[in-house]
Design a binder for this molecule. Structure first.
Ligand code: ZN
Length: 492
């Protein structure tokens, strides 16, 4: 049954006990005196808003169990194994069974295969010719494990397993080096020789790789029937310019693979900054703008749901694509229009990056495990939820108006398959975090009387019968087109 709900003051005002109720009431009082607000459809909304107040106890016990099965010990074992290959440089030897990228990718493949028959593990292979930082023709192999869901839409958890070490490493580059740290790379005497110098890369990005491998195990063995298909992806060629990720993203576009979200983890295992500041209780999540882009909404989602399932670990969303002047694989997906965010440890030690000192000694498996739990909780919630709503008309216009009074917020959205309810969010137009939210029934529109759409940002998420919530789709004002004004010659 698709009907419009109207939120109004008297129904909401009766709810005093929770954040949601207070938020609603305050918003309406700010917008207009309560006495003149229309009364239409209170009780349903009230009941649902009340249930929203109790949402912290509404965690899915299956996700709680999945999150708790992340093993700090196993992460440590994987990190030490990755370190044992001595280098995983994209251009290192592929002939040794114990050293270099050939041995490393085979081990990652075999390891993920061993976890569960439900995981479809394979190489994602590309033939790349010499160009830029790739000094010779080379076969690149991402390693991926697919856990099929009920639908083809895909959620990725990823890291990059290749490594690099240069004289001076990232520490020198940051302190005094030239703007492009890669300019410090010494070109090999023979471009066809394997680049086999020691490059353990335990944090960059053994940490993201270990997290991805461990979550392949945890999800593959969970027994949960997810709606979305999960992909655990170990990228290669990141240090040569996000090459493995860019190629896979290109393939996804060409083959119309529906990638809904990418969680990229790169340098997520160290809690001791090179400046002596220690922080093992927070993780940064970077997302490309503009401010209500799907990637920003994914970051807000991770803050919301990671925070609920792992309250001991704080998610710090960062409203920028990545760290200043630095990049990572999620940007390769963003560049082709996919929703993707980058997880980064809060306190980096630059002297251990791109350097022979990037060893197990510089890692905190306990910290890495917390970051893995935040990934697990967010990815599992997203994979059990319906996809996020589409809020555009057939003509690509946002389905938001001031009707019926001319001063109301009238939100519509397209019905989402599998949704049993929706939650609307809003905030003052000057701000980044959602300030208010209300759960609605199975409707595809809502009217908020006297809420000026000029003053607030609105969004909507889809919820399934089990309470799993998608990330939010925001109503974004379309860019205005402009034409040049014709003037007489000599006007300027
Ligand atoms: Zn990296």
């Amino acid at each position: 049954m698709m009907t419009t709900q109207t939120l109004q003051e008297s129904g909401i005002a009766g709810l005093q006990e929770g954040r949601v109720a207070r938020s609603c009431r305050l918003s309406f009082l700010q917008s207009r005196p309560a006495a003149i607000l229309q009364l239409l459809l209170a009780l349903t909304v009230c009941a649902q808003a009340r249930s929203a107040v109790a949402q912290e106890s509404d965690l899915d016990p299956r996700i709680v169990k999945l999150v708790s099965s992340v093993s700090e010990e196993r992460l440590g074992v994987i990190l030490k194994k990755l370190e044992s290959f001595e280098t995983r440089s994209t251009l290192s030897s592929t002939t040794s069974t114990t050293r270099g990228i050939g041995a490393a990718r085979q081990w990652i493949l075999d390891e993920m295969k061993s976890y569960s028959p439900k995981l479809q593990v394979s190489f994602d292979t590309y033939q790349v010719v010499a160009q830029g930082r790739i000094t010779r023709d080379v076969e690149l192999r991402n390693v991926m494990a697919v856990l099929p869901g009920r639908s083809p839409r895909r959620i990725y958890v990823s890291g990059h397993y290749d490594t690099v070490a240069r004289p001076g490493g990232q520490g020198t580059a940051n302190a005094a080096g030239p703007a492009d740290p890669d300019a410090r790379t010494i070109p090999p005497a023979d471009p066809n020789a394997p680049l086999d110098n020691l490059a353990p890369g335990v944090n960059d990005d053994g940490s993201g790789t270990a997290l991805t491998i461990e979550l392949a195990r945890v999800f593959g063995q969970s027994g949960i029937d997810f709606d979305a298909t999960l992909v655990f992806m170990c990228h290669v060629g990141e240090e040569q310019g996000l090459v493995g990720a860019r190629l896979h993203a290109q393939k996804a576009v060409a083959q119309k693979i529906p990638i809904e979200a990418v969680f990229n983890n790169d340098i997520v295992g160290n809690d001791r900054g090179g400046n002596g500041i220690i922080d093992g209780a927070t993780i940064r999540v970077y997302s490309e703008g503009p401010e209500d882009s799907p990637s920003r909404e994914l970051a807000r989602f991770i803050q919301r749901w990671g925070g609920r399932y792992v309250p001991s670990h704080k998610v710090r969303p960062m409203a920028r694509p990545d760290r200043f002047g630095r990049g990572g694989d999620h940007s390769a997906y963003n560049a082709l229009g996919f929703t993707a965010v980058g997880f980064r440890e809060s306190r980096e030690n630059f002297t251990r990056q791109h350097d022979v000192r990037d060893t197990f000694e510089g890692l905190s498996p306990a910290y890495l495990a917390q970051n893995a739990r935040v990934n697990a909780a967010s990815a599992a919630t997203l994979a059990l939820a319906p996809p996020p709503p589409d809020v555009l008309s057939d003509r690509g216009q946002p389905l938001i108006t001031r009707a019926p009074s001319g001063y109301d917020a009238n939100l519509k959205w397209n019905a989402v398959p599998g949704a049993a309810a929706y939650r609307i969010f809003w905030r003052e137009a000057w701000g980044v975090d959602w300030q208010h939210d209300v759960r609605l029934g199975n409707v595809t529109s809502v009217i908020l009387p006297n809420m000026q759409i000029d003053d607030y940002v609105f969004g909507v998420a889809a919820i399934d019968a089990g309470g799993h919530e998608s990330f939010v789709t925001a109503y974004v004002s379309p860019p205005r087109t402009s034409t040049d004004i014709k003037t007489k010659p000599g006007t300027f």
